[in-house]
Write a protein that binds this ligand. Structure first.
Ligand code: 2IT
Length: 445
């Protein structure tokens, strides 16, 4: 029995039409795993990849709510419960107009491998809505979250499925979602992560994704005898993940010369300051979804309608959204001397860009580099289960240890004979094995 990527993909595409992002995510994994599967036929015989690519359950529902003008609004809600072989489904909610069934299926698929890489007992899932928080009042956001949870609550639970935040879902939204869950379920339990400190949230969770990706970058650099201090970095986005990355990069002495938004990018010649990092939080909280006010406030240059990949840097951190970095962007980065691209958004680079970057720089895929967020969510679940809170030092040390472990896993499975590490291959194989072995052990379910 041989694993044939093209035959496998033809079936995936036929079965999941009009879901290009899902096809992209599955193809990348299938290509990475091809040789490994052919060397380990038990995974082919058990149809493990075919099974992982079929979510265990998909929930899709209507979310009606009333806006501030009294008009009825209808959004669509989803939860993709991709895989529970190694733990309860775990993964964020995304509120963004681009959300579709296919985009969440790709995210749930990626999450399954990512969560496995953390070594913590978490299965894979993802959910969200096409609701657009941009320009909405606080009360509109609350009413939306309550309506969304009114259906969602029956599908989740601390031992079943534990959602968290993602794009458009931060501490405020998690608070409203948690409040409604508690009211409906009549239980105060760790059903969501990314909660506020006062009601079961973990220290370091807000920073964890951004810190984790910088820790991962440090290990990549160390393999080449280099360090973060003194390096020039470009970060895309200005949300929670970009904020955490910029904060840690600044703290470690790197120079962050750009951040970006859907409106363009800000070029910060001397590098972002601590005040600049803090201001990113205000920008996100304003619900305007534009980055240009940063340039006005700090006297930096705003380049409208452009992506930041044209800025010269040593390390690039895509921290915004899938496929934000295409082949032309990848070429521009390499032409400007960039040596490391640490993908921090989920599938932030197009397939073409990934292929080019793997060949020309050190490239880390999001499912490895951004796993610090969900890893810290796993630590929040542990704290909730034992009904205590760990110190920032305890959580931070665990996070650093987990990121180091993920880097080692990528090297273990991604190192080729010439010594070069293919992090994409390493992450995909490393994430696959635990899920696959657990699935075989549990039978055909
Ligand atoms: O993409 C991700 O890993 C997240 N949005 C975080 C998921 C989580 O459960 O903390």
């Amino acid at each position: 029995m041989k694993f044939d990527v093209e035959k496998f993909m033809a079936e995936i595409i036929a079965k999941n039409p009009a879901e290009p992002e899902f096809h992209q995510a599955v193809r990348e994994v299938a290509e990475s795993l091809e040789d490994f599967l052919n060397d380990n036929p038990k995974y082919i015989e058990n149809k493990i990849l075919e099974r992982i690519a079929e979510p265990e359950r998909v929930v899709m529902f209507r979310v009606p709510w009333v806006d501030d003008k009294g008009e009825i609004q209808i959004n669509r809600g989803f939860r993709i419960q991709t895989n529970s072989a190694i733990g309860p489904y775990k993964g964020g909610f995304r509120f963004h107009p681009s959300v579709t069934l296919g985009s969440l299926k790709f995210l749930g698929f990626e999450q399954t491998f990512k969560n496995s890489l953390t070594t913590l007992p978490m299965g894979g899932g993802k959910g969200g809505s096409d609701f657009n928080p941009q320009g909405k009042s606080d009360m509109e956001i609350m009413r939306f979250c309550q309506s969304f949870m009114t259906e969602m609550f029956r599908h989740i639970g601390p031992e079943t499925d534990v959602p968290a935040g993602d794009i458009g879902v931060g501490a405020r939204e998690i608070g409203y979602l948690f409040g409604q869950y508690k009211r409906l379920a009549n239980q105060f339990v760790g059903v969501l992560t990314g909660k506020g400190r006062e009601y079961g949230g973990s220290l370091v969770r807000p920073e964890a994704t951004g810190y984790g990706t910088v820790y991962f970058a440090q290990h990549m650099l160390a393999l080449n005898g280099e360090e973060i201090r003194g390096k020039t970095a470009v970060v895309s986005g200005f949300g929670n993940v970009a904020w955490g990355a910029a904060k840690k990069l600044h703290e470690l002495g790197a120079k962050v010369v750009a951040i970006s938004g859907p409106d363009g990018y800000v070029y910060i010649e001397d590098g972002i300051t601590a005040e600049g990092v803090d201001y990113m939080l205000d920008l996100r909280a304003s619900n305007k979804n534009i980055v240009s006010p940063f340039a006005e406030k700090f006297g930096a240059k705003f380049i409208a309608g452009k992506k930041p990949w044209e800025v010269k840097c040593d390390i690039a951190f895509p921290c915004a959204i899938q496929n934000e970095l295409g082949i032309e962007d990848a070429k521009a980065l390499v032409a400007n001397g960039c040596k490391y691209v640490v993908e921090t958004s989920n599938m932030g680079c197009t397939a073409e860009a990934v292929e080019y970057l793997v060949a020309n720089v050190e490239f880390a895929p999001g499912k490895a580099a951004n796993a610090g967020g969900v890893a810290c969510s796993g630590l929040e679940m542990s704290q909730n289960a034992e009904k205590r809170s760990w110190t920032a030092e305890e959580v931070g040390a665990e996070l650093a240890k987990i990121m180091k472990g993920i880097h080692e896993t990528c090297v273990k499975y991604g190192k080729s004979a010439d010594g070069k590490v293919n992090y994409v291959k390493g992450a995909n194989i490393g994430g696959f094995i635990k899920v696959a072995d657990a699935m075989i052990a549990q039978g055909i379910v």
